[in-house]
Design a binder for this molecule. Structure first.
Ligand SMILES: Nc1ncnc2c1ncn2[C@@H]1O[C@H](COP(=O)(O)OP(=O)(O)O)[C@@H](O)[C@H]1O
Ligand SMILES: [Mg+2]
Length: 405
């Protein structure tokens, strides 16, 4: 057995899964018997211990396993013992952005925006749940029958969502969205064709000139990535306050104050909402306020901030087009208890927001800046919107609308 295909076929076989489970039980038994404190061992020591145990096990059990296979087995056993089991290698692989587990036999990854199945499997549902618990344990969370759904953020910034039976009908599901250690830069986005140089130049100038803007797009379309990119262009002397549910933005400004919301505790109290934070931020003499995402009643305070001298404020909003974004804002304002007329509200939006930056993930995977739209006040009760740039899907290129006749 030597080719990667043969290795992965070997690892997917039922026989191998059983062998791995038996070996895992054997290792646990050894550790308990000898009362070893492997959690405190340096990784290299644990690795040596596992390799040695696997070699012995193979000999003792007279397994028909060659040296290469024993090595694969030892690595998998190690991941089972101290890592995230079958998906540990994917967690360590920096080219993987997302890991998706739909039950024990269907594992997918996203690389460069493309989703593909990977030859990785779990023994059974219990095995998947065990790995989920292992992932959640360090942050004091767990899934069980009373909490069958968990949405959490790991200490490294990755996001984890898990949902287990009986709610998930076809076995436990897990998704991990890894947090990029170094956020995508303007050069990265340019190289991948997500933006054009003309768009970057234009946006940089608008940020420097303190335009109020909203980055809009669907889930995972790249809104936060884009907001982060835009924020880097804020001139250094300005005082910036960021408000997020989970600190994702990476600003390198001297005068940055980072605020994070807090969910309510178990008794449902002591929450600190984005609205609380926006209100408080206004008293902190900011030049600009950046809200990671508007999704609740902070929408009114954010618009007000944009209307009252905090020019250059920015946020993101879940919406699928510029028109949809306006509807979403109206909807959120309604939920937030806005009682004025639609007309008045649109007037506020028109006064507060100068630019909409629409990003999307195309069905084939890549992410694109779809349009940059300027809001130029109200006309006949509607917001007047003008395309500055748009992406031509058919010809697959970014179009500068200012050049068009
Ligand atoms: N232009 C891009 N090309 C490739 N990957 C991207 C691009 N923009 C964002 N990503 C990646 O897509 C994932 C989701 O991006 P994120 O900005 O968090 O989306 P959103 O805030 O819209 O949910 C992240 O892993 C991010 O690194
Ligand atoms: Mg986001």
């Amino acid at each position: 057995m030597s080719t990667p295909e043969q290795v992965s076929r070997f690892r997917l076989s039922d026989q191998y899964q059983q062998l791995k489970s038996a070996l895992h039980r054997h290792l646990i038994a050894q550790i308990e018997e000898r009362d070893l404190d492997i959690d405190r061992w340096p990784p290299a020591k644990t690795e040596r211990f596992v390799l040695e145990q696997v070699r012995r096990y193979v000999v003792e059990q007279k397994l028909a396993v060659n040296a290469r296979e024993a090595e694969v087995l030892a690595r998998d056993a190690l991941h089972e013992l101290v890592g995230f089991g079958p998906i540990q290698a994917l967690v360590e692989d920096d080219t993987v952005n997302d890991i998706i587990v739909n039950g024990p036999n269907a594992v997918f990854v996203e690389r460069e925006g493309r989703l593909s199945a990977v030859p990785v499997r779990f023994v059974d549902d219990t095995h998947v749940v065990r790995v989920i618990q292992r992932i959640l344990a360090p942050i004091g969370r767990r899934v069980d029958e009373s909490t069958p759904m968990v949405d959490a953020r790991l200490s490294d910034g990755s996001r984890v969502n898990a949902i287990i039976p009986p709610i998930a009908l076809d076995g436990p599901c897990l998704s991990i969205r890894k947090f990029r250690k170094t956020p995508l830069s303007a050069e990265d986005l340019l190289r991948m064709g997500s933006v054009s140089q003309g768009e970057l130049d234009y946006l940089k100038e608008r940020v420097e000139k303190r335009t109020n803007l909203i980055v809009i797009g669907g889930t995972g379309s790249g809104k936060t990535t884009f907001l982060n990119l835009l924020s880097q262009w804020i001139p250094n002397g300005e005082r910036v306050i960021t408000i997020e549910d989970a600190a994702e933005l990476r600003l390198h400004h001297e005068h940055t104050v980072r605020l994070e919301t807090r969910p309510p505790n178990l008794e449902g109290q002591r929450a600190v909402t984005a609205r609380d934070l926006v209100r408080n931020a206004l008293r902190m003499r900011p030049d600009r306020i950046i809200v990671g995402e508007v999704r609740g009643d902070e929408v009114l305070d954010m618009l007000q901030a944009m209307n009252t001298g905090h020019d250059g404020s920015m946020t993101t909003l879940h919406a699928n087009s510029p028109r949809d974004a306006i509807h979403r804002l109206e909807l959120l304002a309604g939920f937030a208890g806005y009682t004025g007329s639609e007309q008045t509200f649109r007037g506020q939006v028109a006064a507060a927001i100068q630019l909409l930056v629409h990003v999307a993930r195309l069905p084939s995977g890549p992410r694109r800046l779809m349009s940059v739209v300027e809001v130029r006040g109200l006309r006949d009760g509607q917001l007047a919107m003008h395309d500055v740039f748009r992406y031509d899907l058919e010809r697959e290129r970014h179009v500068d609308c200012r050049e068009a006749p």
